[in-house]
Write a new protein. Structure first.
Length: 436
């Protein structure tokens, strides 16, 4: 966890204190269920909760000191609890194994992290919708391969991002449901020493579902899907961040990150206004994606259990969720305060002498009876003259002066093909599809 890229609410999920708090709840709820079954005395469960109600501080250094001797984190925790609760604590962990505690705890943490990320996505979606509606009919040039293509609107660019992050939200909801499972099934997952009803009780108390077959560990395909979903969200963040970075280039400058009073862009060049936030988002996205492959490799554990996944998850659980939380919040701020320049968009749109209307002329020629091959040849030979003049020549005027073109289309018909509004006639339809 890098403090520079962390936010308190998400970070709090991954503290040792939070982890031990969840461990205690798992153990205490399981002891409750065991007491109801008559396996342990009710006094044992009551003693645990009575001590817990005193709101004891989790003594992390003390637990760590015990682990330094036992070389086992769950045993160290149980020993520390027993030292505080007394004799009744001996009934904790009856029939359970360490993975019951560790895996169920990780499920709780990832589910809580997902809830924060879903709230982050909601905030981003709200900003994207507001800015999309604001610029619904702001014309700009669409680009393919980085080259001018045909007109779009800036609102459509943001609507596309909205739809993408809405899909991300749907995926994360599914991934959260998939990861939020509880395993209290004992060694190798057979329930030999603990009744399945204990697992059901703990799952209900913690808001989890029951893992159908845990084999001693919760199957890691669930975790792989969760972290893969985070990786996809990170890629969507990078896609939008990259769009802003391109639009902020000096030669384009159709939009740029907000530049606050007193902000400095360069230690050497006082004129610089750099896209530092979106460049940062590009880097953070790489980090989140970097956690996906280890999660996928964790799926292939030996037999009923090994711990090759454990060290990996101690890294990727906190780091992936904390980084993505920060990145989503940062992207929301970028879009919220994004400076948009419609005049520059209009200037760039008209920069290349009307080349953006070439397809309409091509289609009109074919409609007028000219073969597609000849239509393409006629438009392209005039378009290349405009291209080579760097937009100083006008495609419309060149076409009007081309006798092969005017043999099929009148000047008035050609002029009609250069209407910008034609390209925007279905914007309402697209917005209705995206926003309902």
């Amino acid at each position: 966890m890098v403090p520079r890229y962390s936010r308190p609410e998400m970070t709090a999920i991954w503290t040792p204190e939070a982890r031990f708090h969840i461990w205690f709840e798992i153990e205490a709820h399981a002891t409750d269920a065991l007491a109801d079954l008559g396996v342990v005395p009710k006094e044992a469960a009551e003693a645990l909760w009575a001590w817990w109600r005193t709101d004891p501080a989790i003594d992390v250094p003390a637990i760590d000191a015990i682990e330094a001797v036992t070389k086992h984190d769950v045993i160290a925790f149980l020993t520390w609890v027993a030292d505080n609760v007394g004799d009744q604590a001996r009934f904790m962990h009856q029939g359970m194994t360490s993975s019951d505690v560790l895996d169920t705890c990780l499920a709780v943490q990832l589910a809580r992290a997902a809830d924060i990320l879903l709230a982050d996505l909601d905030a981003l979606l709200a900003v994207l919708k507001r800015r999309a509606v604001e610029h619904k009919m702001t014309p700009t040039i669409g680009r393919s391969h980085g080259i001018h293509a045909e007109p779009v609107t800036f609102g459509l660019k943001l609507a596309q991002a909205y739809a993408e992050f809405d899909r991300c939200k749907t995926r994360l909801i599914a991934a959260r449901a998939d990861i939020a499972t509880c395993a209290i099934s004992g060694a190798v997952g057979t329930f030999a020493n603990i009744d399945p009803s204990v697992e059901e009780h703990v799952a209900a108390k913690l808001g989890l579902s029951v893992e159908p077959v845990s084999t001693q560990v919760i199957p890691r395909d669930r975790h792989a899907m969760f972290f893969a979903t985070l990786g996809v969200i990170a890629s969507s963040i990078e896609r939008l961040a990259t769009e802003v970075r391109h639009l902020q280039r000096t030669e384009v400058l159709e939009a740029e990150e907000y530049f606050s009073p007193g902000q400095k862009g360069s230690s050497a060049m006082p004129h610089k206004r750099n896209p530092v936030l979106t460049e940062n988002l590009t880097g953070l996205a790489r980090m989140v994606r970097g956690y996906v492959t280890p999660a996928l490799e964790n799926v292939a554990l030996w037999h009923e259990r090994d711990i090759s996944h454990s060290s990996v998850e101690r890294y990727i659980g906190p780091d992936a969720t904390i980084t993505l939380d920060f990145a989503l919040a940062r992207l929301t701020g970028v879009i919220d305060k994004l400076l948009v320049y419609p005049e520059r968009m209009d200037k760039n749109l008209n920069k290349m002498g009307g080349l953006v209307h070439s397809q309409r002329v091509l289609l009109a020629l074919t409609q007028a009876g000219v073969s597609r091959e000849d239509s393409y040849r006629l438009v392209q030979r005039n378009a290349m003259k405009v291209w080579e003049s760097d937009g100083q020549l006008s495609l419309l005027e060149l076409l009007k002066a081309d006798p092969e073109v005017t043999a099929a289309l009148s000047p008035a018909q050609l002029e009609e093909k250069f209407d910008l509004g034609y390209h925007l006639k279905h914007v309402d339809t697209i917005f209705a599809r995206v926003f309902g």
